[in-house]
Design a protein around this ligand. Structure first.
Ligand SMILES: Cc1cc2nc3c(=O)[nH]c(=O)nc-3n(C[C@H](O)[C@H](O)[C@H](O)COP(=O)(O)OP(=O)(O)OC[C@H]3O[C@@H](n4cnc5c(N)ncnc54)[C@H](O)[C@@H]3O)c2cc1C
Length: 388
């Protein structure tokens, strides 16, 4: 385990410290190593292993449904994502998607939905996905075009979703579609769509710089029982935002894990690379680089665990979560870039840890609200407060 002094910060309870330490040991045995070529198989294996290890119990809420606690513990999911990301981007992804994909059910699902889906998500038997984005509705979620028309006790779903993580391996998808109660964001509903539903198809697999299961989905006259709708008709946008609100801080935590790993790799190189009759770390320019990296990491960690702690105390954390996500993802990109620089030519060799991190971090500045979207959230919140 790398520098763990932050676990002494007052944000954490003893149970959090134990969780982080035990997971680090588990991840060293089960989640380290390269992604390999069959990303689907590895991701499925990681979900099963995380389930068997008991870690996925933290990704859902409701002890009655196999969860570790009745509400999702923000500090726990942040520590888990940070720790897993330090070992393996794919392991972090596998954990995060179980939470994001089932988050709407934890937060707004019916008793029956919770009973049918959450225990299987918590033990790693069922893989979940969150299908919000569309080709013409990414940052502008309310522009979505997928539609759900009511026909008796079913909704008939037509449309397309893209950039869907776990697309192709998920057992069920939480899908958001326009249900027509009102224009814009007030006319969207959320549905659970099982992967074997007739009319549902994986239209295209998408290859990205850090390989993860990712796909474009199509829905053609998919008949979804209304019992599969999450929350009330027209409330889907709120359901989506509530889900993202829980998990946004954990994206910051994952970035932190990538950055800490880059710091470890940078320090290793600085202390071992011989040059000019000394080692790289002897030079003040290197010391300045390391100092900036460490300070960026601590700033991001403070913002991340402040937001997680506040959420666990029941505070609204819209501004704090946006600050954490923006600072941690942007900061991690800089830290990782500095680590690549410290590694010189080796830093850009395919498969080297810092090269892998360089590719892993990039998408986190874009998904679950790009940095510009976080800036808007923070700016508007400040102006609202100033206006009284
Ligand atoms: C690896 C990966 C995994 C993903 N997984 C999922 C998933 O599981 N489920 C899902 O639903 N979606 C997922 N997404 C989609 C992701 O949420 C969207 O990519 C994101 O919301 C941005 O949408 P977009 O790609 O359409 O970019 P656009 O909305 O076209 O935005 C392009 C850029 O414009 C800038 N921008 C945005 N808004 C503003 C503004 N108001 N002012 C100025 N600039 C702005 C930002 O820099 C942004 O990157 C994933 C994406 C990636 C890359």
């Amino acid at each position: 385990m790398s520098d763990t002094r932050y676990l002494d910060w007052p944000f954490f309870e003893p149970c959090h410290v134990t969780l982080a330490r035990e997971l680090d040991e588990w991840a060293t045995q089960h989640a380290s190593g390269s992604h390999g070529s069959d990303v689907d198989a590895q991701c499925i294996a990681l979900v099963r292993a995380l389930g068997q290890g008991g870690w996925l119990r933290h990704a859902v809420g409701g002890v009655a449904y196999g969860a570790a606690s009745d509400t999702i513990d923000a500090r726990a999911i942040c520590l888990i994502r940070e720790t897993l990301a330090r070992h393996s981007g794919l392991a972090d992804f596998a954990f995060a998607m179980q939470g994001l994909g089932s988050g709407a059910i934890t937060l707004d699902g019916s008793l029956d939905q919770k009973q049918r889906y959450l225990p299987r998500v918590a033990n790693g038997e069922a893989i979940s996905a969150f299908a919000l984005s569309e080709p013409d509705a990414g940052s502008d979620v309310a522009a979505m075009a997928s539609a759900a028309h009511i026909d008796g006790d079913h909704a008939v779903l037509n449309g397309e979703k893209t950039w869907i993580s776990n697309g192709g391996i998920a057992d069920f998808y939480v899908v958001f579609a326009r249900s027509g109660e009102a224009p814009g964001a007030r006319g969207i509903s959320a549905f659970i769509v099982d992967a074997n539903t007739p009319g549902f198809e994986i239209a295209e697999r998408i290859e990205v710089i850090a390989p993860h299961p990712l796909a474009r989905l199509t829905f053609t006259d998919c008949r979804i029982p209304l019992a599969q709708r999450i929350g009330a008709a027209g409330e889907g946008f709120k359901v989506a935002m509530r889900t993202l609100d829980v998990f946004r801080t954990s994206v910051a935590a994952a970035s932190l894990g990538f950055a800490r790993r880059a710091m470890d790799e940078g320090l290793h190189r600085a202390t071992t690379r011989k040059m000019f009759k000394g080692v790289l770390g002897d030079f003040q320019l290197t010391q300045a680089k390391l100092a900036t990296m460490a300070t960026t990491i601590d700033s991001a960690a403070l913002l991340t665990y402040r937001a997680a702690w506040m959420r666990d105390q029941g505070h609204n954390v819209t501004r704090e979560a946006a600050m954490a996500k923006m600072a941690a993802t942007e900061g991690a990109q800089q830290v990782i870039d500095a680590a690549v620089q410290l590694w010189g030519g080796l830093g850009v060799v395919s498969g080297q840890p810092v090269e892998v991190l360089y590719r892993e971090i990039r998408a986190l500045r874009i998904y679950e609200g790009a940095t510009e979207v976080q800036q808007l959230i923070i700016g508007r919140d400040l102006l609202r407060e100033a206006a009284g």
